[in-house]
Design a protein around this ligand. Sequence first.
Ligand SMILES: Cc1cc2nc3c(=O)[nH]c(=O)nc-3n(C[C@H](O)[C@H](O)[C@H](O)COP(=O)(O)OP(=O)(O)OC[C@H]3O[C@@H](n4cnc5c(N)ncnc54)[C@H](O)[C@@H]3O)c2cc1C
Ligand SMILES: C[S@@+](CC[C@H](N)C(=O)[O-])C[C@H]1O[C@@H](n2cnc3c(N)ncnc32)[C@H](O)[C@@H]1O
Length: 663
Amino acid sequence: MTGAGTDWPLRRPRLRWTADGTPESLDFGDVFAARAGAVAEVCHVVLDGLGAPDVWRRPGPFVIGETGFGTGLNLLVCWDLWRRTAPPGARLHWVSVEAFPLSACEAARALARLPALADLAARLVRAWPPALPGLHARALDDRVTLTLALGDVRDALPALTGPVDAWVLDGFAPARNPAMWDAAVLAEVARLSRPGARLATYTAAGAVRRGLSDAGFRVARAPGFGGKRDCLRAVFEAGSSSVPATPHPNGPRIAVIGAGIAGCAVAAALRRRGAGDVVVVDARGHPRDSLPPALLGLLEPRLEKADSPAGRLHAAAASQAIALYDALAAAGLNPWRGPRGVLAADRGRRDDAWRRAVVDRLSWPPERLALLDAATAARTVGTAPPGATALWHPRGGALAPPALLPALLGDTAVMTAAVAAVTPRDDGGWRVCDATGAALLDADAVVLATASDTARLWPAAALPLRPTRGQVSLLRAAGPDAAPRVAVSSGAYATPAIPDGAGGWIRILGATQEPWRPGDPDPYAPRAGDDARIRANLAAVWPALADALASEPTVAALAGLRATTPDHLPLAGPLFDAATVAANQGDALRRTGRAPAPPPAVTGLFTVCGLGSHGLTMAPLVAEMVAAQITGTPWPVTADLGAALCPARFAVRALIRGRPVGA
Ligand SMILES: Cc1cc2nc3c(=O)[nH]c(=O)nc-3n(C[C@H](O)[C@H](O)[C@H](O)COP(=O)(O)OP(=O)(O)OC[C@H]3O[C@@H](n4cnc5c(N)ncnc54)[C@H](O)[C@@H]3O)c2cc1C
Ligand SMILES: C[S@@+](CC[C@H](N)C(=O)[O-])C[C@H]1O[C@@H](n2cnc3c(N)ncnc32)[C@H](O)[C@@H]1O
C-alpha cells in the first residue's frame, strides 16, 4: 500500500476488547494501557518522568517524540497538562510512530472510558489520519501539531527530522516486542534528540537500560506505577547529536512575499508553528479584495501508475490539504463549494487498464479512492463517462480561493506593495525593497512565495521556473442537477454548479495551457478563442459531457499564470547561491554523482513556488515543510521527499552532468 509518502508496510491491529472497553493487542499479547488507573500511570511514568510541566515552561516549540502511538493516550495526557501550563507563545509538537494503526472508531472506543479527556479525545479522533503509510501532519488546535509516522519504527525513525526535546518509549514489553527496542532504534532516538533531551519509558528491562546507555543516555530507575517495580527515566548526554541546538537561528520576524495560495499557506503554517511576527506582502494586496469572487479550482489527488517520489508527494499533499480544508470548514470557514468528490474519466493514455492498475497498486481505502463502473459514474455525474470505468475521489472537490486564502491568513498583517528586491543586511537579517530601492520592511527571514517572479527576485539561484498561461471559462449553469453534478477531471475539468449569490448558478470549465514569455501579450487579459478551445478539448475526451455543457453559455473568462518546473514538483526550502554551490560541491558532484552534504543555503531566505497546476493540493504540505525548516520543528514529510522539493535540486543535477547551472 502506498499512501502519504512511502511504501512502508502497515498491518491492521488484531484487538481484543475487555468488558470495560480496554483494547488488548493479540499481535503482541500485551495491553495498550493499564486497565485501572491508565491516566494516573501516564502521569506518573511520562509526566513525572519527563519533569513536566517545568520542562516545557519556555517560549517556542517543544517536541515530544514517541514510539508506539496506539490510542494516543500518552499524547492526550501530555496535551491536557501542556495546555494548562505552557507559556502563551509556546507550541507542542507530538511526533509518533505506529505500524499497526487503529481506525478512528477503534481509537474513539478506547478513549471513551476516559471522560476527563473527552474534549481532547474528540479533537484527536476528528484529525485521525487514514491508515496510509508515511507521515501525516495534523493541527490538533492552533498550538498543537501531531506528526504521525505510520510505518514500522525501523523504517520511520530514520526518515524523521528532529530535534526532539523529550521522548516517550511505549512499544509493548521488550520481551514481547524486541524489535521496538533494538540498538538501531535507540541509535535513531539518539540521532533525533536535542542535547539534554529527557526520556521516559514504562519498562525497566536491563536490555533497554543498557541500550539507552550505549546510545548516549544517562539512565536511572524510578519506582513503577501500581504493582510494577520500576520504570526508567533518562537524559541524553552524548555530544553526538546531529541536530542543531538552537531552534530559531533567525529570530522571530518573517516576511512572506506573495499572498497566493503558497504565501497564505506559509503564513498559516508559520503561525501554527509559533513563528511569531509574520507579515505578508503582495503587489495586489489582500486576497479578500483582489481575487475574482467567482474563482473556483479543483483539488484532485494526482495519481501515478508506478511508485515514484512525485506520486508519493502528491498523495501526501492531497491528504494534508484535505485535512486542513476540512478543519477550516469545521471552524466555520468552509472553502469547499458544491457537492464533494472528483470524478476522473479519460479515454487517452489514462484508460481503463491504467485506472485499474493504479487502484490495485495504491489499495487506498474506498473513502479515499474508488474505481466506478460506467453506470455508477453516469449516475454520479449525470452523463455517461467516456470509458468503462472512472476514478472517484470522494474527498476531493471544488474550492473557492476567495474564501480559502483569507481563511488561511486569519489576522496576519498584509502589506500592499510590489517587491523589487530582497537584500541581506549586515546584521544577518533581510531588507525587502520596492522599485525605488526604499525599504518596505526588515525581517529576520524572508519566504519568496512569488510564483515565477521568484527567479527575478533571487537571480543568484538561476531557478528554472517557466510561466505557463491558462484561461478558464465561467459558465451560466443550468442548475444543480445539470451534468456534471460533481467536479470532473479528464484533461479538461469542470466544477459542479455553484450558487452565484443572485439566485442563479455558475460553474468553471477549464483550462488552457501554453508557455508565456516576458514581452508576450498581457497574460491576464482573456483571449477570444480560448473558450472554443476549452470546449473542443473536452469534446475530444468526453463528447457526452461537452454536448451537455453546450447549452450553458460562457459569461466570462478568467486568466492567469502558473509557475512550472522541469520535473513538475514545487520548489520548497532554503534558497541558495548557484555559484557558491558550484564552488563548494561542483567537483565532488561531477566526480561522485552525489552531493557530499546538503547544498549550502543562504541563511534566512526560503521559497515556496513552482506549484504548477496543483497549487490547491500542494501548497499546505510544502508550506508546512518550509515553516518546519524556519522554526526548527519536525518536517511533515520524510527526509527523501523533503530532498525532492529542495530548490537547489536542478543546480545539483546540472553540476553532476558537468553543465553550468541555469543553462
Ligand atoms: C487557468 C488556471 C486554472 C487553474 N486551475 C487550478 C485548479 O483547478 N486547481 C489547482 O490546484 N490549481 C489550479 N491552477 C494553478 C494555481 O492557480 C497555482 O498552482 C497557484 O496559483 C500557485 O499559487 P502561488 O501562490 O504559488 O502563486 P500565485 O497564485 O501566482 O500567487 C503569487 C502571488 O505573489 C504576488 N507577487 C508576485 N511577485 C510579487 C512581487 N514582486 N511583489 C509582491 N507580490 C508579488 C502576486 O501578486 C500573487 O498574489 C490554475 C491556474 C490557472 C492559470
Ligand atoms: C503499548 S502500545 C502504545 C500505547 C500508546 N502509547 C497509547 O497511548 O495508547 C505499543 C504500540 O506500539 C505499536 N508497535 C508495535 N511494534 C511496532 C513497530 N515495530 N513499529 C511501530 N509501532 C509498533 C503497537 O501497534 C502499539 O500501538
